[in-house]
Design a protein around this ligand. Structure first.
Ligand code: ADP
Ligand code: AMP
Length: 216
């Protein structure tokens, strides 16, 4: 099974991904998380990527395709996969098709989480992430038990640099111009499903599981 989660930044992809990977036993491929982890490890790749990420710009297609290619072909646990935040351009979608062809595989479902702009802004501004385990919170919608502290590992919560208002606007513009066209790219393949993301975490999850079940 290969599921692709799409939607604007802040739509809830990462939050839903955490439950979906457990439900379907999927390898989680989040390019954003891979870049952030690489940055935290002090690697050149992560440091280079963060120059783009912090202002809300996209990392180049070549660099991004290459980390996904490595993850898909060199790690050996990629029969069942959840792609989250990749592809983000039509070029990346074409590269992914090429990789899936080589694996004799194809996408089971392209799940597009639909959320209005004002909800996105509210979600991104309130998002907090654990420095140690990457768990995501929201100051209003999913607060931790103790402010600033991760419920799971006790790590410190921080606000992503690219969730600050000056980057958020740029990310939304980039989503509209570069990422949204991918929806058309997948239309007509019978795998695309739109999910209303402006519901509770639980209701969004339930709708995704139902849609994936129908496409599997
Ligand atoms: P993405 O991975 O699409 O950028 P996240 O999953 O990180 O989005 O969610 C962005 C923020 O919105 C997080 O702070 C998260 O806790 C919150 N959030 C996600 N889904 C919902 C929801 N259904 N209702 C309320 N808040 C949500
Ligand atoms: P995310 O965690 O998915 O919100 O991604 C955070 C940031 O990482 C994005 O705003 C981009 O700067 C970068 N990034 C993540 N995935 C990609 C991708 N597929 N292509 C280019 N840049 C990406």
């Amino acid at each position: 099974m290969k599921i692709l989660l799409m939607g604007p930044p802040g739509a809830g992809k990462g939050s839903q991904a955490q439950r979906l990977i457990d439900e379907y036993d999927l390898a989680h491929i989040s390019t954003g998380e891979m870049f952030r982890e690489s940055y935290q490890r002090g690697e050149t790749l992560g440091i280079e990527a963060m120059r783009y990420i912090k202002n809300g710009n996209l990392v180049s297609d070549d660099i991004t395709n290459e980390i996904v290619r490595k993850r898909l072909f060199e790690d050996g646990d990629t029969k069942n996969v959840l792609l989250d935040g990749y592809p983000r351009t039509v070029k990346q979608a074409q590269a992914l098709d090429h990789m899936l062809d080589k694996m004799n595989s194809k996408l089971t479902a392209v799940v597009n989480i639909v959320v209005d702009e004002e909800v996105i802004l509210e979600r991104m501004v309130g998002r907090r992430v654990c420095k140690d385990c990457g768990q995501t919170y929201h100051t209003t919608f999913k607060p931790p038990k103790v402010e600033g502290v991760c419920d799971i590992c006790g790590g410190e919560l921080y606000q992503r640099q690219d969730d600050k208002p000056e980057s958020v606007r740029n990310r939304l513009n980039i989503y509209e111009s570069k990422t949204k066209p991918i929806i058309d790219y997948y239309k007509g393949r019978g795998v695309l499903v739109n999910i209303n993301g402006m519901q509770s975490f639980e209701a969004v999850y339930r709708d995704i599981v139902k849609a994936v079940g129908e496409l599997s």
